[in-house]
Design a protein around this ligand. Structure first.
Ligand code: DQA
Length: 155
């Protein structure tokens, strides 16, 4: 199963960006952690083969296009950190609904412990689940959850 790891604006700056909030882990570190974890899941189980695709963009349009192309690329699930677009983007929400792409919403920081404007998400009510505040580990937990979700769906 192909899973898209979709990263929104400013996440390319992870590692140096507000380390008190986001930690010192870089986006490349997260990519490696996830690839290693997917390889481990594939090794430990033979009912489902995961293949990850990683995409980060600072552009709303590029993220929308990537979601539109997901089905053509055989993508069946997404792990999505919409970053600041979480709180602003009806267009990205509509893209996910239009593509009927199931996803888990991920935030590195706890969005509920920050400015009030971060408490509203355009994605949470249409997500399979939401992980917020668990740092980079949240991506690993989301991948485990996606693996189980996809396994159940396959029957
Ligand atoms: C974020 C939280 C958002 O509010 C913020 O705009 C981000 C990152 C997070 O991962 O904690 O850019 O999605």
């Amino acid at each position: 199963a192909n899973v898209l790891v979709l990263q929104g604006p400013n996440l390319n700056l992870l590692g140096s960006r507000e380390p008190g909030l986001y930690g010192s882990v870089t986006l490349d570190d997260i990519v490696s952690m996830l690839d290693e974890h997917a390889a481990q899941l594939n090794e430990d189980n033979d009912e489902l083969e995961l293949s990850l695709e990683h995409f980060q963009s600072n552009s709303e349009a590029e993220l929308i296009e990537r979601i539109h192309n997901a089905a053509n690329d055989g993508i069946v699930f997404a792990l999505f950190n919409p970053a600041a677009f979480t709180h602003t983007s009806v267009a990205l929400r509509d893209a996910l609904l239009g593509a009927a792409l199931p996803f888990i919403e991920i935030h590195i920081s706890n969005v509920h412990a920050r400015e009030p404007f971060r408490r509203h998400s355009y994605f949470s009510d249409i997500a399979s689940g939401v992980i917020s505040g668990l740092g980079a580990q949240g991506y690993i937990l989301a991948l485990d959850a996606a693996y189980h979700w996809l396994g159940r769906r396959q029957g």
